[in-house]
Design a protein around this ligand. Structure first.
Ligand code: TMP
Length: 234
């Protein structure tokens, strides 16, 4: 799929503090005249938001969880992400497939090979755009996958993240996991970063909020996607 958009994902364990910076980056791109699609996973479409509720609230085994997350992702990619990229927009997505490798793979211990297969199927860009309603057959050959151009990874020790989350809201199925789970998830992000170093920007999320924001901006400015003057305005 040839497009002129930008796809940026945001990752990190629960409590790493990515949300306010995603909004800030959306504003920075809009100030620079770019159209922005701000979205999240699991979620981002009517169907995917329904699946999100199930995944965050209902007990299920790791395969069911992984399949629901990839089903939500497929609908999201077909209906929202790919069309926005084709329109030349900046897509800012709060979590994407790296989260599946970190949470379901490293966290739950689910088979990484199966996740890789699902990733290739679900993010295959052949046949993605023809017909979201599913009335046209997909092309069977899968050449390339849609994946982020940049992944901003908010890296924070799990103990610090737990302190930030404590008492903030009723925890969902993931937030209520013990700290050992988040150590595994954090390790999963390290492995994912090692395998995709060219698109990962690691940010030390234990810094004060403004320092984190400056790092977020720097990661995007370094790519040439925002002018350096933006950091003076924020
Ligand atoms: P959020 O609270 O950052 O929106 O993320 C929702 C939760 O879903 C979070 O605890 C991480 C989890 N999650 C997975 O387990 N696998 C995934 O692939 C994604 C996208 C999220």
């Amino acid at each position: 799929m040839t497009h002129h958009g930008l796809f940026i994902s945001f990752e990190g364990i629960d409590g790493a503090g990515k949300s306010t910076h995603i909004d800030g980056l959306a504003n920075a791109f809009r100030s620079g005249g770019r159209a922005v699609t701000l979205t999240r996973e699991p979620g981002g479409t009517l169907l995917a938001e329904k699946l999100r509720c199930l995944v965050l609230e209902d007990a299920m085994d790791p395969l069911t969880e992984s399949l629901l997350i990839f089903a939500a992702r497929r609908d999201h990619v077909v209906r929202v992400i790919a069309p926005a990229l084709l329109r030349g927009e900046v897509v800012l997505c709060d979590r994407f497939t790296d989260a599946t490798f970190a949470y379901q793979g490293a966290g739950r211990g689910f088979d990484l090979q199966v996740l890789s297969t699902l990733e290739r199927w679900v993010q295959a860009d052949e046949g993605l755009l023809g017909d979201p309603a599913g009335n046209q057959p997909m092309k069977p050959e899968v050449e390339t996958v849609i994946e982020p151009d940049l992944t901003i990874w908010f890296d924070l020790p799990p103990e610090d993240a737990a302190l930030r989350l404590a008492g903030s809201r009723v925890p969902d199925r993931f937030e209520s996991q013990p700290v050992e789970f988040f150590h595994r998830v954090a390790q999963g992000y390290v492995q994912r970063q090692q395998g995709h170093a060219e698109r990962f920007a690691r940010i030390d999320a234990s810094q004060v909020r403004d320092a984190v924001w400056q790092c977020v901006l720097q990661a995007v400015v370094e790519k040439g996607w925002l002018g350096a003057e933006v950091s003076d305005k924020t």
